[in-house]
Write a protein that binds this ligand. Structure first.
Ligand code: PDD
Length: 290
């Protein structure tokens, strides 16, 4: 069955779906996006993702292409037309629209472009040990509004490619002060050498991850406390446990950093517990009401 995409009011086979050459997403990277996980027909943290989409649009002064309720209907329709009943993801992109190429904003009458696609994902990971992965580290080469989820992802693309070429899954990015910001497409957490769970506080330097927020809400039930304090590359190297979070990585243990094992190279106890807590959340936990 061919995949179906939504583009500006029409549902089309993916190969036939098109945006204009002068779309500002294509010309300038002038757009924002969201990736929402779908588990057995149900979105994970839908509200958080749509809230963040609204925030990204607002920060860049791109109007909503249609109402939030209408967008909710479209993402469901795309899921239905692609017959996604198992694990999948929905991709939503909104750009400032198509107009004659000029850096300044186009006329206020220019309609934003809305694209929604969907695809299957591998089954939700059952085995946390098998889900463990490896990362490398590298410089953070991005701009200073990383809290906006824009389609301008060139530094992230280069960081992810560097990881791939090193045989790793992700790159943890290091800022000019030697502190970790986040990974190319995920947030990074450590259990430091004193046993404290830490992740970088929200700010312009990182994306406010929806998985990060959902996991933070689950911590009380796990009797784990979080310190939202930045950690350095050195602290990452000395950490007892490391894991990353994203809509498609969930809670993913990291067992090697730059080729060196984290502790004994096995998934640690806190990561194990949080992986299980997030799995329950995805499968319909109370804080993830449909
Ligand atoms: N990436 N940081 C960055 C730079 C990201 O691109 C992402 C998500 C995250 C995690 O955010 P969330 O938990 O809301 O997925 C953090 C998505 C999955 C992507 O670009 O494919």
């Amino acid at each position: 069955m061919s995949r179906i995409a939504y583009v500006n009011g029409r549902y089309l086979p993916l190969a036939a779906a098109q945006v204009r050459v002068e779309d500002r997403g294509f010309q300038f990277g002038d757009g924002v996006y969201e990736v929402v996980h779908l588990h057995r027909g149900r979105f994970t943290d839908e509200d958080k993702h749509l809230n963040r989409l609204g925030r990204s649009l607002g920060e860049l002064r791109i109007p909503w292409p249609l109402s939030r309720a209408a967008l909710g209907g479209i993402i469901r329709e795309v899921v239905a037309r692609n017959r996604l009943h198992a694990n999948g993801l929905v991709y939503i992109q909104v750009t400032r629209g198509a107009a004659r190429r000029d850096h300044v904003f186009p006329a206020a009458t220019t309609r934003p472009t809305l694209v929604v696609t969907a695809r299957t994902l591998a089954p939700y990971p059952r085995d946390v040990d098998a889900w463990a992965t490896t990362i490398i580290t590298g410089p953070d080469q991005r701009w200073d509004r990383c809290d906006i989820k824009t389609v301008n992802l060139l530094p992230n693309v280069l960081a992810k490619q560097a990881a791939r070429e090193a045989g790793a899954f992700e790159t943890a990015m290091v800022d000019g002060d030697g502190m970790i910001t986040e990974c190319a497409s995920s947030n990074l957490w450590i259990v430091d050498e004193r046993g404290q769970l830490r992740t970088r506080p929200l700010g312009h330097e990182i994306l406010p991850g929806c998985t990060r927020a959902a996991l933070a809400e689950l911590l009380a039930g796990e009797r784990v406390t979080l310190s939202e304090t930045a950690f350095s590359l050195e602290e990452l190297r000395r950490a007892r446990e490391v894991f990353l979070t994203s809509a498609t990585s969930f809670v993913r243990p990291v067992i090697r950093v730059d080729g060196t094992p984290v502790e004994d190279g096995k998934v640690g106890p806190i990561t194990r517990r949080l992986f299980a807590a997030f799995a329950r959340h995805v499968q319909g936990g109370l804080s993830n009401a449909a």
